[in-house]
Design a protein around this ligand. Structure first.
Ligand code: ZN
Length: 203
């Protein structure tokens, strides 16, 4: 399986990193080895001194598909989740400056936190989901899927133009503003529509 990630999908986050607003979704991948095993602590890797959390809504793909039309995209998933796209911001900035791929900064071991999955039927409208990240009890990121530049079904249509989606693939839909650094002993909690869906200890 693969992790397909979207960058720059919330206007306020584009501004905080002083990035350009893209004409179409920014897409990158993480390998399946990036998934942080359940119940395991996140260890800050030795190659970075500036690991950032990015809380993101996740979508689990349930069947194979390519060139999926936006109007049928909703038939390709039943479960919604929340996770973290951990990013070595120092390394990413160096790579970006040289125009090089981001994989080392985005796809390293443990860089993908995948929280509890929730049936989408539970929600009235997946394009109006509130979510947040708490660091040591303080609310550091607040988002709502209504603020996405490209909504979930648009993202599925777009990425499936390039990559065949397979059962079990996970879409990371981009982070809202408020990204920041983690330090050893930080405790992170993610909530989706007020429900706690993951907790992570940073080492
Ligand atoms: Zn991200």
């Amino acid at each position: 399986m693969k992790l397909i990630c979207i960058g720059r999908n919330y206007a306020a986050h584009i501004e905080e990193l002083e990035n350009e607003r893209p004409q179409e979704p920014v897409v990158f991948m993480k390998p399946d080895s990036a998934i942080l095993p359940k119940e395991q602590d996140f260890y800050i890797p030795e190659f970075s001194t500036d690991i950032h959390y990015e809380v993101e809504v996740l979508v689990k793909i349930k069947k194979v598909g390519k060139h999926i039309a936006q109007q049928f995209a909703h038939t390709y998933y039943d479960e919604i989740g929340l996770g973290i796209d951990f990013t070595a911001r120092d390394l990413q900035s160096q790579l970006k400056a040289k125009g090089l791929p981001w994989e080392k900064a985005k796809g390293f071991d443990g860089s993908a936190v995948v929280g509890k999955w929730i049936q989408k039927e539970k929600y009235e409208n997946i394009d109006k989901l509130g979510f947040s990240l708490l660091k040591n009890g303080e609310n550091v990121q607040n988002g709502n899927t209504s603020l996405m530049l490209w909504k979930i079904d648009e993202l599925i249509a777009h990425v499936s133009t390039y990559f065949m989606l397979k059962k079990g693939d996970i879409l990371f839909t981009g982070t809202p503003s408020g990204v920041g650094k983690v330090s050893p002993n930080d405790y992170l909690v993610g909530t989706l529509e007020g429900e706690q869906v993951f907790e992570i200890n940073v080492r």
